[in-house]
Design a protein around this ligand. Structure first.
Ligand code: TXA
Ligand code: MG
Length: 313
């Protein structure tokens, strides 16, 4: 398949309307989209990404009215979050409507809904004239793409089109909040922080998986965010080993030499750079990536979540 590269949201939307799959920028990471009501098109996403079929997709809307066709109920807490934040790097899990095919939600009776904030994403979604399901536009298991070149690296020849936008503003995926239960539960942390959510609904909590319970967010079971290189989390006092080649990313350089190094001025910049740094390390055949641990406050919680997952074997 030839993958068309375009800067035109109108041209990109035409592929969606014809049942194709299109990568597009958002403020978090690039997504790989298909018409939410087209089960055949959605199947192509799973195929192109080699995504396990038990991992549900997030549906993206270009305006608030579209949410009504996707869910059977907007719960009171969800309504508060929508009013406070949308458009935002925030996904709300709600009971799904009959119209949404089960392939979109991996057979769950709930669906994650998000209205992205990125201007080009919104233009594209409005041109599609339908809500668009989209996981991150990477091969399953690879770091999420934060620029169109990373999408090209993973998916060229496997998808219909890439809408070429800028590097994404945030660099980590959206916060996912289960709004079905009475107490909102954060299933995945992101740039909308627990503190932000608690200002709107004070009872909001981080979801802790209970023993013997099926996980509420199936995707979190799968291996994620991983470069080919080994990832090691360190603090400023940790001993650095001497593998053949090593890289460092963090806020303050430790006292060792590295083949590749990225010092970030803030935790936000660290979050923004992480996934593209992982990809750069893989292109340069780095063996071990040392990542500085940060305090789990604000976006530091989301950053540490991704770092810990990447460091798991
Ligand atoms: O920022 C983002 O959310 C990006 C951009 C493209 O919007 N998308 C993204 O999608 O990260 P994906 O598929 O890579 O991650 C979706 C996450 C998974 O962890 C999945 O399990 C969870 O959201 N999820 C989706 N639908 C769900 C549902 N109905 N119930 C619980 N978790 C759900
Ligand atoms: Mg993903």
């Amino acid at each position: 398949m030839k993958t068309v590269l375009t800067k035109s949201p109108i041209e990109a939307a035409r592929f969606i309307k014809r049942g194709g799959i299109v990568a597009f920028p958002t403020e978090t990471v690039y997504g790989l989209g298909a018409n939410v009501f087209d089960a055949k098109a959605i199947a192509k996403i799973f195929e192109a990404k080699q995504r396990p079929n038990d991992n549900p997709l997030i549906v993206h809307v270009g305006n608030l009215e579209q949410i009504e066709s996707l869910v059977s109920e907007i719960t009171p807490n969800a309504q508060k979050f929508i009013e406070a934040f949308f458009p935002a790097p925030l996904t709300l899990v709600l009971p799904k409507s009959e119209a949404v095919p089960l392939i979109a939600t991996a057979n769950l009776e709930t669906i994650g809904v998000r209205m992205p904030k990125n201007a080009l994403a919104l233009e594209f979604l409005r041109e599609c004239e339908t809500p668009v399901v989209a996981p991150s536009a990477n091969l399953s298991g690879r770091p999420s793409p934060t620029d169109w070149q990373a999408v090209f690296e993973d998916l060229n020849g496997r998808i219909d089109c890439i809408l070429q936008g800028d590097t994404t503003e945030i660099g980590l995926e959206s916060t996912v909040v289960d709004c079905v239960s009475v107490v909102p539960l954060v299933l995945r942390s992101g740039a909308i922080t627990l503190e932000d959510l608690q200002k709107i609904v004070p009872e909001t909590q981080i979801y802790q998986i209970q023993k013997d319970e099926a996980p509420k967010s199936p995707g979190l079971r799968h291996r994620h965010y991983s470069p080919r290189a080994k990832v090691v989390l360190i603090n400023p006092k940790s001993k650095i080993q001497n593998p053949k080649s090593k890289a460092f990313i963090g806020l303050k350089k430790p006292g060792a030499d590295f083949d590749l190094i990225k010092i970030c001025a803030s935790v936000e910049e660290y979050a923004h750079e992480l996934f593209s740094f992982f990809r750069e390390c893989d292109r340069k055949n780095i063996e071990t990536i040392y990542c500085q641990a940060v305090s789990e406050k604000g976006i530091g919680l989301a950053l540490m979540d991704r770092l810990k997952r990447a460091a798991e074997d």
